[in-house]
Design a protein around this ligand. Structure first.
Ligand code: URA
Length: 433
């Protein structure tokens, strides 16, 4: 078998066999297939697609490219969660300590920023000292001891995904259904949980731009989950505007801390309670979704979720004095207001534009080797359907470079659209698959 024939086959819109997919995944993981050959094949897959059988074979090859974790020593039911990515998506950071505070173990592997979307691990690392690179044994031990641990993707779990994910980001091949489904499902299967709740984001700030594609991706991942014996539920969330009030690593951590103290915007509350309610259900701790939502809000009110957050962050080396006194976080040098020139209502706030503006400020990576600036980002004062008047502050840009900051102010203003009449309220949850 040789990689040139495999690239040519997919270039010519033909179906790849299981053996050909395995040959590619193993060869790319062990370095016998080069980055440029892999880039050519990934681009061919991006353009010509894969059917369900090919996607499932790709997923399983990626899962088998490294170790798979056995979490049965933690509990016989372990639920994991993952998001297909978005702008301002700090849901995992708020939700996992809530779930752990309800006595449900959380052993979670999260990702870094990809394209215009942020990554949970980048956000957590903005807390000084937070170690997302625990050895697998320490990861499992932490879950046994305090019920929660969140790490980045280790080299040992689904290494093929780690390489392909980074490559896709540099060749504009992120938003592809078979590539997203195999990326997410390979690492979720390798990470050992037996139940999965997936947040499938949908809208201009997500990889799936419309509901139809989001449902297709959800069904594809459910099907793969079924074959791998992992019960999977997908919650479709609206990503036509950023989630919550902040975009940027430190800013989102501060918003998450505030949410765990009970102060959160409507969209954040709706998404954490819905996704969380299904996690509780799959874990076997309550079939009634509405009651599960109440359990979540109760553990925020009584402080148990916040206390679990402190326990989790300190167990992974994070400096809790920052969590307890958010003034300690390094602030951006320039905090620049974006001022409304219109009277009326916000009718659109393009999440994709906001994500790109945040990356341009330095909150995300242009290239995989780029560093990130934790203190920069955006605070949104006004979101869709809110009333505005001339002179109101719509948002603040947090920048460390004045020129980039001024450009971000201009671009962010253009990401807003206004109407004279009040627009319909945004649905935060678009469906359950
Ligand atoms: N999240 C992932 O883990 N992989 C993707 O391809 C997209 C989002």
């Amino acid at each position: 078998m040789n990689i040139l024939d495999i690239i040519a086959k997919k270039r010519d819109k033909q179906e790849l066999t299981k053996e050909e997919i395995e040959f590619f995944i193993n060869g790319y993981t062990n370095g016998t297939i080069t980055d440029y050959q892999a880039a050519a094949l990934i681009m061919a897959i991006y353009i010509n697609g894969m059917n369900s059988r090919e996607t499932t074979d790709m997923t399983m090859s990626m899962t088998n490219s490294g170790e798979t974790l056995d979490l049965s020593s933690i509990s016989n039911i372990v639920v994991d969660k993952h998001s297909t990515g978005g702008v301002g998506d700090k849901i995992t950071i708020i939700l996992v300590p809530i779930i752990a505070s309800l006595g449900i173990p959380v052993a979670k592997m999260s990702g870094r920023g990809l394209g215009f979307t942020g990554g949970t691990i980048d956000k957590l690392e903005s807390i000084p000292g937070y170690n997302a690179s625990l050895e697998l044994k320490e990861f499992v031990d932490n879950v046994k001891k305090i019920g929660i641990s969140v790490i980045g993707q280790t080299m040992n779990l689904a290494p093929a995904d780690k390489k392909i994910y980074a490559l896709r980001d540099t060749i504009s091949c992120v938003d592809s259904m078979p590539l997203i489904a195999s990326s997410i499902m390979s690492k979720k299967i390798a990470a050992g949980a037996n139940k999965l709740v997936l947040e499938v984001t949908c809208g201009n700030g997500a990889f799936m731009k419309n509901k139809e594609d989001a449902i297709k991706l959800a069904n594809e991942m459910k099907e793969i989950g079924k074959l791998a014996n992992k019960e999977t539920i997908c919650v479709l969330t609206n990503m036509n505007e950023p989630i919550g009030k902040t975009v940027g690593n430190t800013l989102e951590i501060i918003e998450a801390i505030d949410a765990l103290k009970g102060n959160m915007s409507d969209d954040v509350e709706t998404i954490i309670t819905t996704v969380g309610a299904y996690i509780i259900k799959l874990s076997g701790n309550g079939n009634n979704i509405e009651e599960n939502k109440l359990k979540i809000m109760e553990n925020i009110k009584n402080g148990k979720a916040y206390n679990k957050f402190i326990e989790w962050i300190s167990s992974q080396g994070g400096d809790i004095s920052y969590v307890e006194n958010i003034e300690k976080f390094e602030k951006a040098k320039y905090i620049m207001p974006v001022i409304s020139k219109c009277d009326g209502y916000v009718s659109k706030l393009n999440a994709l534009d906001v994500g790109k503006i945040s990356v341009n400020l330095g909150a995300g990576r242009m290239k995989k080797e780029d560093g990130i600036d934790n203190s920069v980002g955006i605070v949104l004062n006004k979101k869709i359907s809110e009333k505005v008047a001339v002179g109101d502050i719509l948002a603040y840009v947090y920048a460390n470079d004045e020129v980039k900051g001024n450009k971000a102010v201009e671009d962010l203003y253009n990401a807003y659209e206004f109407s004279k009449n009040e627009p319909e309220k945004q649905e935060h949850i678009l469906g359950i698959v």
